[in-house]
Design a protein around this ligand. Sequence first.
Ligand SMILES: [Zn+2]
Ligand SMILES: [Zn+2]
Length: 350
Amino acid sequence: MSEAAIPALPRQAVLVEPRHFELRQAAVPHPAPGEILLQVKCALSCGTDLKFYRRGHPLFSFPMPFGHEFSGVVLEVGQGVDAFRPGDELMAAPTAPCGECFFCARGQENLCVQVIDTMVMGAYADLLLLPAHVAARNVFKKPSTLPFEEAALLEPLSCVVHAQAMARPEPSETCMVVGAGAFGLLHVILLKAAGVRTVVVAGRGDARLRWAAEMGADRVIDARREDVASQAGALNGGYGPDLVVEATGQVSGWESAVRCVRRGGRVVFFGGCAAGTSLQLDTRRMHYDSLTLLAPFHYRPADVRRARDLLVERKLGAGRIINERRRLSELPQVFDLLEQGDVLKCAIIP
Ligand SMILES: [Zn+2]
Ligand SMILES: [Zn+2]
């Protein structure tokens, strides 16, 4: 194995309360049967992490290990792991379904009863232990031609692939993305790769709108200066977009998406909002305009495999989403940068 020696006391970032990290050190763990011990080569910041950072999460309690988008090199495998060995470079999703519950039996593995409870957290670290259920289903060898930081996009890209599998965009359609963050721009990249002729982004911030155009948006709407709904209504020959993907995770974004879509069109509510929020729907518009509202959550193993193939092909240029790189010791600054909105995704390199 060409990798550097394992640190004697590997570090792990732990969120002890909202907005407060500690970089803790502990002895090197050993993988139990079925588990894989990974040396993290790259972890990526995610909008979900920023939500945890600000307000915690109803499904996790403090102190919580942190970070769920990663790639790395195998240090040690537990008994019974035959597919991988020390030195292998891996990419992985941080969850895997049980394959047996009510939802899994119906092909809705994204809703598996254990999928979130057993999620791998703690990728902002030197080392990461992958549990047996994840190692068995959602871990893949990373080809050496794929950089570690692009490989770490597997989880967010799986979510986007899943959403677009529900939305079924057609090349002839006019699609609009509300929100120009990392997820919004991943949607743009994937819509353009699917051959969608017209992709429009509504977002905030000059830099983000410039990036949206660089990533393939045919038109951008500046939500700070323009009326998004009236601009959207002028698209598609004056009918409005066929498909609107909401990627802000704000109720205002959900409302905007419903307002912008054309009669008979589809809305994808991609961004999860804060607990306890609700959306008011105009029932008349919903019914007589025959809207289709879709709410994808998470991903299925089939989406992960598709995202893996897309990353390995390297045709998407998905790595363009990563526009900052920092060391693990600089994690507090990373979250300052994310809050300022100047960073789409930051690669955190131990
Ligand atoms: Zn994520
Ligand atoms: Zn299940």
